[in-house]
Write a protein that binds this ligand. Structure first.
Ligand SMILES: *Cc1c(COP(=O)(O)O)cnc(C)c1O
Length: 393
């Protein structure tokens, strides 16, 4: 029992699937040709990239020419936002985003503010939602970009992207969505969503780390972000990470083929965990929207507890999870997402994020429920505030 190890942090990263690794390996060894070379092992690499591009495009309902491989989800976000901002600066300098974006978007927007752009950070409601009306009201004559994440990495809340896309389209404003948490977890179609740019990252859906992609709708005015050679049709220079790109293609193909079943499985694990934790542990709050949330995401705040201590004690029991509290981020402030949904600091500090994936089973939840209530109890016993609360003082 002591040796049990349960990984419940799939929003942080996932393991490369064996089938994915198997397809990648030859591109490190015998198929090492540079895709820009015209001899046959070069052409073979080029062909492998094209096939991966077809698979990514198919999964998103896009055309292969609209898919550009990048070095990560973060790079895709940076390119989308800085690319649109600088390329379209003559038309305006205003960007609309939300207060709960991933740092890859948030810090990029803050950087642009330091370079003369104006950014509106839309607040969210207690569930972490923005409304299409909020977006519509924030639009100004100088708005050139709306960037709103598809699904939140901490609390799992899914935004009304298609409705927001419709507004952006009506107004002729570019619309980017960071869909890094969504791709591989929920169905996505760039046509139905009316998005112009969409970021994804392979390591969030059982592909390798260090490769992502940016969907750029045909006709979008955006300059290249990395200057150099003519790779990615001259828009993203540097020798392609062929094995990683091949892995990303295989991973997205597997994810799409298996989406419905995977969805159902994760929802069952998620809902069981929510029900049991809410039933068995007092002074707990579920963060994020109850229904409009990622299938595998659970996020709780436990009052009178420090999230860091909770994570360390879970780790001693072999459970890997995450928290939106201090230290992990190297800062003393709790997560900007938990503060944006209105949690007081002390409650935001006691948060726990559990994100389920492929290899999780009901036995993992049995085990979690065996250890979590005890840990929470033990930590609370050290809290003078808790003592007062239970005595009703
Ligand atoms: C993980 C993540 C990113 C960053 O992707 P990397 O490939 O790790 O750089 C961006 N946005 C969201 C929502 C994420 O979850």
């Amino acid at each position: 029992m002591g040796n049990r190890s349960v990984y419940l942090d799939h929003a942080a990263t996932t393991a490369v699937k064996p089938e994915v690794l198997e397809e990648m390996i030859p591109y490190f060894t015998e198929k090492y040709g540079n895709p820009s070379s015209i001899y046959s092992i070069g052409r073979e690499s080029k062909k492998a990239i094209d096939e991966a591009r077809d698979k990514v495009a198919a999964a998103l309902g896009a055309k292969p020419q609209e898919i550009f491989f990048t070095g990560s989800g973060t790079e895709a976000d940076n390119w989308a936002i800085k690319g649109i901002a600088y390329t379209n600066r003559h038309k305006g300098n205003h960007i609309i985003t939300t207060a709960i974006e991933h740092h890859a978007v948030l810090h990029t927007c803050q950087y642009l503010e330091s370079d003369g752009f104006e950014v509106t950070y839309l607040p969210v409601d207690k569930d972490g939602l923005v409304t299409p009306e909020q977006v519509r009201d924030a639009i100004k004559p100088n708005t050139i970009l709306i960037t709103i994440m598809f699904a939140n990495n901490e609390i799992g809340t899914i935004q009304p992207i298609a409705e927001i896309g419709k507004i952006a389209r009506e107004k002729g404003i570019y619309f980017h969505t960071d869909a890094v948490q969504a791709v591989g977890n929920i169905p996505i179609n760039v046509e139905e969503l009316n998005v112009d740019l969409l970021s994804l990252s392979a390591h969030k859906f059982y592909g390798p780390k260090g490769v992502g992609a940016l969907y750029i709708r045909k006709g979008t005015k955006i300059n290249s972000f990395i200057h150099g050679g003519a790779q990615e049709r001259g828009r993203r220079a540097s020798t392609e990470s062929v094995a990683n790109i091949v892995g990303m293609g295989k991973a997205i193909e597997l994810a799409t083929a298996n989406l419905e079943e995977y969805n159902k499985k994760l929802i069952a694990l998620r809902d069981r965990t929510i029900d049991e934790v809410m039933k068995k542990i007092p002074f707990v709050k579920l963060n994020g929207h109850r229904e409009k949330r990622l299938p595998g995401n659970v996020n709780f705040s436990f009052e009178f507890i420090e999230g860091e201590s909770l994570l360390l004690m879970l780790d001693m029991k072999g459970i890997a999870a995450s928290s939106g509290s201090a230290c992990t981020s190297g800062s003393l402030d709790p997560s900007h997402v938990l503060l944006a949904i209105g949690l007081p600091h002390e409650i935001a500090h006691g948060s726990l994020r559990i994100t389920f994936g492929e290899e999780n089973t009901d036995e993992d939840i049995d085990y979690l429920m065996e250890v979590l209530p005890d840990i929470v109890n033990r930590l609370r016993e050290m809290s003078p505030l808790y003592e007062k609360a239970v005595k009703g003082e």
